[in-house]
Design a binder for this molecule. Structure first.
Ligand SMILES: Nc1ncnc2c1ncn2[C@@H]1O[C@H](COP(=O)(O)OP(=O)(O)OP(=O)(O)O)[C@@H](O)[C@H]1O
Ligand SMILES: N[C@@H](CCO)C(=O)O
Length: 316
């Protein structure tokens, strides 16, 4: 269920007119996703995706939308937000902030092979480089300050063993973030949520990255770690898959080799990536949004991934 707000055909026609995107052919709600209202919007000029933002504010959105536009124009296959006659890319539909982007070809590859992991590695590095001259700044809103704020909120809901691990890992990540190696990590706009369900493929061809609404300025290494933690693990156990990880790392480094500080901190950032999603899943699970009809993601998955990352550090 990802239609929180119903959009009528009349509103869709009016929006297409404002964006000069032709006449409405079809408006269809999209079921996937848990954050926003999404529709496939087809006109006589093409296929688009209409998103109504349910949580993000009009102040936060320009960073994501202009980043997508910047990357799309820099040759990275990401949805390109469409402007109205005034050049605005943030619209209002049913009283909510909204965007219209082109629909990407393909579908998600939920059982990736080495070839898919390599394609993600190559495109991730290209995206990092293409983001270097993006001038807007917004931090990763799910970064260390949010972890420090949110861990005390979830601790009362979890058991002793989980609580000990969560507190110890948070302390470790605060220590890492204060180190000179961390200060030396290259930073820029990152996707920060590039899981299997946020990438499109047609066969072995990667046709796009999407869902940029957790993006922010953070270390490139954190972005790579988030990808390795989803694309290159065995989902049932959370164990590292060395073959797929090597394909992703090699492909990434063929475009942008890791620096010495990045090589040193890869094991720590793999732990950080697991911690970030363990915390957000615990938060969604124990403190669900009011009126949400959604099944939250399983938090124990990222507890398992974190335990693996602590017990078996992976080096580049
Ligand atoms: N630009 C696009 N092109 C093609 N399909 C898209 C596009 N944007 C979204 N979709 C489809 O809509 C579904 C939901 O989108 P998305 O993942 O962005 O949802 P969300 O609720 O915003 O985020 P989340 O994944 O965080 O729950 C996707 O799984 C995909 O099938
Ligand atoms: N990728 C996140 C969901 C938010 O997009 C998760 O799996 O917890």
């Amino acid at each position: 269920m990802a239609v929180f707000t119903e959009v009528s055909n009349t509103e869709a026609r009016e929006l297409l007119r404002r964006l000069q995107l032709g006449e409405l052919v079809e408006l269809r709600g999209i079921e996937g996703g848990i954050e926003n209202t999404n529709y496939f919007l087809t006109s006589d000029q093409g296929e688009f995706v209409l998103t109504l933002f349910e949580r993000l504010t009009a102040a936060q959105l320009p960073f994501y939308l202009y980043l997508m536009k910047h990357l799309a124009h820099g040759g990275v296959p990401v949805p390109d937000p469409r402007a109205d006659k005034n050049g605005d890319i943030l619209h209002t539909v049913c009283g909510k902030p909204a965007a219209v982007v082109n629909k990407l070809r393909g579908k998600s590859q939920l059982a990736p092979q080495g070839v898919h992991c390599a394609a993600v590695g190559t495109m991730l590095a290209r995206m990092h480089l293409a983001g270097r001259d993006f001038e807007r700044r917004q931090p990763n809103l799910r970064g260390l300050p949010w972890w420090n704020e949110t861990v005390p909120v979830v601790l009362p809901h979890i058991g002793e063993a989980q609580s000990a691990l969560l507190r110890a890992e948070l302390a470790y990540q605060n220590h890492v973030a204060a180190s000179s190696a961390y200060a030396a990590l290259p930073c820029g706009p990152v996707h920060a949520d590039l899981f299997r369900d946020n990438v499109m493929f047609e066969g072995e061809e990667l046709t796009g990255f999407f869902d940029f609404y957790f993006a922010g300025v953070d270390t490139w290494l954190f972005d790579l770690a988030v990808c390795l933690n989803d694309w290159c693990i065995d989902l049932p156990t959370g164990a590292h898959d060395a073959e797929r990880a090597t394909r992703m790392l090699d492909a990434y480094q063929a475009v942008r080799p890791l620096t010495a500080a990045e090589r040193e901190l890869l094991p720590a950032m793999l732990r950080a990536g697991a911690l970030r999603f363990w915390i957000s899943r615990l938060w969604d699970f124990y403190l669900p949004r009011e009126a949400s009809m959604l099944k939250p993601h399983d938090p124990t998955h990222f507890e398992r991934v974190l335990r693996h990352r602590v017990a078996h550090p992976v080096h580049a």
